[in-house]
Write a protein that binds this ligand. Structure first.
Ligand code: RFL
Ligand code: PHB
Length: 400
């Protein structure tokens, strides 16, 4: 097989990249480890920045999202028995967030891919990358017991945190940063009416809770737990009792109902600085992960592939490698800011078992400052709705 861009992974990064390239007349082949039903059924992210919504519309896959998505103008922070609204729209000159599930984005992107007449090769195994530091990189994989090879001009490693792509960068060159947290998030999907018109992030003495949503009858909630904890220790009753306790407000009751899925995910911050090696470009979770507290992971995948597709389009039009050479530099400016924001939100909203009473009070005072100062709430709001791509190394003020 031969293509211009070989894409490993049919997550949001790989699928958005393929569509962006198609619109520029650039051919790609996508390979994916899982079956189609799995990628279209796995519950992950929910919050899309305006940037991501605009990108999905630009590449022609936004119709259902605009019909079925929920547009939120603010979020609420709860601590010390009170709730405070952060007016995202008012504080950012009109920007808002969209709640539309990641697996629905995947369904829309997979449909768009098939509508272009191009395939996705599912159920692959034993994926390996070859000659990535030459002009003829290759991907080998197994499907139905047979070994296949794709010869490419470029390889895009969009295979998530556990994928093989970034390991094709020699250890001596690969520069990376990893930070682990003591917490995990226990997430549930529950068939019940919406708890609140906007998301609620709560820092309670018993720990963190987040009330989010999917549809008017399906809700997505989270509580922080020890990440070593086993989901088998969490009966539905125990989960609801924690959710009730951590989000309790006088005169308000959290609607509860049947839980139809629950799992625990670890919280991790990871940055691969070497996002490009030869003809290999790494994008999305394969290059960086953030704790979900800032709702940034999928949104960063979107900006990575926008930068990469722009660089590839420039290369195929004019032969210039200017943007491709600067891919990591441009992407990392936005990635590090999202890493900082996600780390900050996580530290501000989660109970730290090592904190003394002084540090606990500093944490609550930080929340109070963020909610009651215009400067404080603007900082949260502009990061939450998403910062722009800084194509040049100029300040954010000049970029806007
Ligand atoms: P993905 O989604 O992991 O997709 C990678 C794909 O590559 C495939 N793959 C391979 N394919 C071929 N060969 C191999 N050897 C392969 N190895 C792996 C995988 O099967 C998979 O299909 O990475 P991508 O595309 O970079 O997308 C990243 C996002 O999925 C992720 O950042 C978000 O889900 C993070 N996230 C959130 N992001 C947001 O922007 N807003 C949110 O509200 C938000 N909430 C969340 C989240 C992640 C969560 N979890 C599950 C950690 C909430 C949670 C609970
Ligand atoms: C979600 O709805 O899954 C969600 C919302 C906000 C976050 C993380 C996840 O910060």
């Amino acid at each position: 097989m031969r293509t211009q861009v070989g894409i490993i992974g049919a997550g949001p990064a790989g699928l958005m990249l393929a569509q962006l390239l198609h619109l520029q007349g650039i051919d790609s082949i996508i390979i994916e480890r899982k079956p189609r039903e799995d990628i279209e059924g796995t519950v992950k992210a929910g919050v899309l920045e305006q940037f991501t919504v605009d990108l999905l519309n630009e590449i022609g896959v936004g119709d259902r999202m605009m019909r079925e998505g929920h547009f939120h103008d603010g979020i609420e922070l709860q601590f010390s028995g009170k709730r405070h609204r952060i007016d995202l729209r008012g504080l950012t000159g009109g920007q808002r967030i969209t709640v539309y599930p990641q697996h629905e984005v995947i369904i829309d992107l997979v449909n768009a891919r098939f509508n272009t007449g191009r395939d996705i090769i599912f159920n692959v195994s034993e994926v390996s990358l070859h000659d990535v530091d030459t002009k003829e990189p290759k991907i080998r994989f197994k499907q139905n017991g047979e070994i296949h090879e794709i010869q490419c001009d470029f390889i895009a490693g969009c295979d998530g945190f556990h994928g093989p792509s970034r390991l094709a960068i020699p250890d001596s060159i690969r520069k990376e940063h990893l930070h682990l947290y003591a917490h995990g998030w226990l997430g549930i999907l529950t068939d019940v009416k919406q708890a609140n018109p906007e998301l609620i992030y709560s820092n309670h003495d018993r720990g963190f809770a987040l009330l989010s949503t999917r549809t008017s009858t399906l809700q997505r909630h989270y509580i922080s737990v020890d990440y070593h904890d086993d989901i088998a220790n969490w009966s539905d009753d125990r989960i609801w009792s924690e959710l009730h306790a951590r989000t309790a407000m006088e005169g308000w009751t959290l609607p509860d109902g049947p839980i139809n899925s629950k799992n625990i995910v670890q919280m991790r911050s990871y940055v691969l600085e070497t996002m490009n090696y030869g003809r290999l470009f790494i994008a999305g979770d394969a290059a960086h992960t953030v704790p979900p507290t800032g709702a940034k992971g999928l949104n960063l995948a979107a900006s990575d592939v926008k930068i990469l597709a722009t660089g590839l389009a420039e290369f195929y039009k004019s032969g210039s490698e200017d943007i491709l050479d600067r891919y990591a530099e441009i992407a990392l400016r936005r990635i590090w800011k999202a890493e900082r924001f996600s780390y900050w939100m996580t530290s501000m909203l989660h109970r730290n078992p090592n904190h003394d009473s002084f540090e606990r009070n500093i944490q609550l005072t930080e929340l109070d400052y963020v909610c009651t100062s215009v400067a404080g709430s603007k900082t949260l709001a502009e990061n939450y709705v998403g910062l722009p791509i800084q194509w040049e190394n100029k300040s954010l003020i000049e970029t806007k």
